[in-house]
Design a protein. Structure first.
Length: 239
């Protein structure tokens, strides 16, 4: 008996497979449009920079960026301990601190529209503050940046008169009349203060302003040798 013929079916290798067409035209058009817009913007910017009135704009931008850079790069000299002290300090009596303060527009120190101008020795005497320098044998002018400290020492051979301005500042001076053994006051950023520290009296200046620098002038009636034994340093441990 003959074997039945087996029929087999195999799919054709060249059978066409249906595929969905993918078009990249919209994406290409979008990229081209963006490139055109950027190119147009750059050309407009180049054209603007070539014009004379672009200079003030560039100068203003440069100054602003410089200010921002300096603002964030300026290191703070404040320690966590001192920052905690800043939050607790309270202003006491100007009289106990041997200090007198003025506004920048006060007629006592501002004689005309140019601003204030003072003689620290005569102003202290006129304000009935005693114990300051009789003459300026030694003068120093300085800056205290935000969180910084100057002084915190005691001179045994000279009287000293200070002029303080520019930022919120604490002035501390020894005074046995006060229970704590010292008096301290807060000078406002818009105030000018004249203070004195008689010989044998410790004093310190602390900038408690978050941004601005304190400026001060110290006038001593004798020349101090800081390498000698006539000055006590680091008098107050809480500063």
């Amino acid at each position: 008996m003959a074997n039945p013929r087996r029929t087999s079916f195999s799919p054709s290798g060249n059978q066409n497979h249906h595929r969905l067409p993918i078009s990249t035209a919209p994406f290409q058009n979008q990229n081209q449009n963006q490139g055109t817009q950027i190119s147009s913007l750059m050309n407009s910017l180049k054209s603007f920079l070539k014009k004379p009135h672009a200079f003030p704009f560039l100068l203003s931008l440069f100054l602003f960026l410089t200010w921002v850079s300096l603002r964030f790069q300026r290191p703070s000299t404040s320690t966590p301990h001192r920052e905690e002290w800043h939050a607790k300090v309270q202003s006491g009596s100007d009289q106990n601190a041997n200090l007198v303060r003025f506004s920048a527009s006060s007629s006592s120190i501002a004689k005309d529209k140019r601003g204030w101008l003072i003689n620290p020795i005569s102003l202290a005497l006129d304000s009935a503050i005693s114990g300051g320098a009789a003459v300026c044998a030694s003068v120093h002018l300085g800056e205290i940046r935000s969180g910084g400290l100057r002084g915190n020492h005691r001179h045994h051979t000279c009287n000293e008169t200070f002029v303080i301005w520019g930022a919120k500042t604490v002035f501390r001076v020894e005074n046995d009349v006060v229970k704590k053994g010292y008096a301290e006051v807060i000078i406002g950023a818009d105030e000018i203060a004249v203070a004195v520290s008689p010989l044998g009296t410790a004093h310190a200046l602390v900038n408690v302003d978050p941004v601005q620098s304190t400026y001060f002038m110290g006038c001593q009636d004798s020349v101090i040798n800081y390498n000698g034994s006539t000055t006590d340093f680091n008098v107050w441990k809480d500063l």
